[in-house]
Ligand binder design. Structure first.
Ligand code: ZN
Length: 156
């Protein structure tokens, strides 16, 4: 079993998005081309409720400043990837229809989540980890918009 984990290829992380990454969308065609070579394709989707605790607007703080959370330091982001918004949608050219699974993360209002496997407190297992007793038994390649905001978890 060899899976492809596609991380957060969403409008808000692409040019003109709320947390835009230069050329964040340049990888989309390559991801689409690679998908058929894998046994399973899993997409992650950053999926925050409005007023999420990782948003600077929730703390009256400047975007990109850092605050201390119960689980450690937290960078405060501009509002992004709000559930159901256009910014939270996958990039329109991403072939999301062939995905076997979509894992949403960041939906816990109190904890940010950069990983498809764990919340940022490193304790609460996210959905992929819950679905498989040991996800590391499987080979997984990871790809995404490839930016500094993103914590891709590579495991082989
Ligand atoms: Zn986020």
């Amino acid at each position: 079993m060899h899976g492809l984990l596609v991380i957060d290829v969403q409008n808000d992380f692409c040019p003109n998005g709320a947390l835009a990454v230069a050329d964040g969308d340049a990888i989309v065609a390559g991801i689409n081309a690679a998908m058929p070579r894998f046994d399973a394709v899993i997409l992650t989707q950053d999926w925050h409720p409005a007023g999420h605790s990782s948003f600077a607007s929730s703390h009256d703080a400047a975007p990109m400043s850092v605050t201390e959370m119960p689980y450690g330091p937290q960078v405060l982001w501009p509002d992004h990837c709000i559930q159901g918004s256009e910014g939270a949608a996958f990039h329109p050219e991403l072939n999301a229809t062939c995905a076997n699974m979509i894992v949403r993360k960041g939906y816990n209002p109190a904890i940010d989540s950069y990983s498809a496997f764990f919340e940022n407190d490193h304790k609460i297992a996210n959905r992929i980890a819950r679905l498989s007793a040991n996800p590391w038994d499987h080979a997984v390649d990871a790809c995404g918009t490839g930016h500094r905001f993103l914590r891709a978890l590579f495991c082989r």
